[in-house]
Design a protein around this ligand. Structure first.
Ligand code: ZN
Ligand code: ZN
Length: 258
């Protein structure tokens, strides 16, 4: 689990005595939450600042003693320690509900980014297992909306948690990109030198045996003008093959998008 401790994300100290309230009884399980506001994905470098902002909102806006959640999971799969283990959360709706289950919030919104990433589902699963093992917590799983009138955690996260919060299927391994050495310096020189007469597609067909993974990706090049999706696919393909990248990028920029 990629756990980010309170000191690592720069949490403020909680207010006592409420922020230090321990759980009064065994936890039944874990409830999931979402933000319920607009959220847009961001680079991971900005996630800690977002969690600090959530804490400030809960402490200064809601008047709570700390961030409400036990844990917060960013789209990159990191698990931020909120109240953490052993301490009662304040996210589930009322004291009884807060005492009953841990509260894990996924950074997804009700608009903007509304579907959790695979990394995030893995992170949420990590947090659930951590609560079960070290909390401890029982095996019950659900959402904020269980027993409380709210749309939280949104339909997507709710359906996932009620299905038992399975880890997402691992994606198929991507094929190994062709090696740069497979294209000879002569071929590169020939292509650049004959740029006026030969387009990128013909060049790639000529070298298909060596860079067939790349050629597959640009099969749509015969259609012109290219769509934005095709251009993006080509860009991804050439990025996997550094020696070709500049030559093809030059051609794409000047000739193919007509
Ligand atoms: Zn909630
Ligand atoms: Zn992140």
């Amino acid at each position: 689990m990629k756990l980010v401790s309170r000191s690592q994300w720069g949490a403020r100290a909680y207010r006592t005595p409420n922020g230090a309230t321990p759980y009064g009884r065994a936890r039944r399980g874990v409830k999931l939450h979402y933000l319920g506001t607009a959220y847009s994905d961001r680079p991971h470098e900005q996630c800690a600042a977002y969690v600090r902002q959530l804490q400030a909102q809960h402490m200064d806006g809601n008047g709570w003693s700390d961030i409400g959640y036990s844990f917060v999971v960013c789209t990159h799969g990191y698990v931020y320690e909120g109240r953490g283990l052993k301490r009662r959360n304040s996210a589930n709706g009322n004291t009884t509900l807060n005492d009953q289950d841990y509260a894990v919030c996924l950074l997804v919104g009700s608009s903007g980014l509304t579907k959790p990433t695979s990394a995030q589902l893995n992170g949420a699963r990590d947090a659930i297992e951590y609560c079960r093992k070290s909390g401890p917590a029982g095996t019950w799983l659900g959402g904020h909306r269980d027993g409380y009138a709210t749309a939280c955690p949104g339909d997507t996260v709710y359906a996932w948690v009620k299905a038992g919060a399975p880890r997402p299927a691992t994606t198929k391994p991507t094929p190994t990109p062709p090696k740069e050495d497979d294209v000879t310096p002569y071929e590169l020189w020939a292509y650049k030198g004959k740029g006026e007469k030969r387009d990128a597609y013909a060049y790639l067909r000529d070298t298909e045996a060596k860079v067939d993974a790349l050629a597959d990706k640009v099969a749509g090049l015969e259609q012109r003008p290219l769509t934005d999706d095709q251009i993006a696919a080509i860009a991804a393909a050439v990025a996997a093959h550094p020696a070709l990248a500049q030559a093809i990028a030059d051609t794409l920029a000047t000739r193919l998008k007509d």
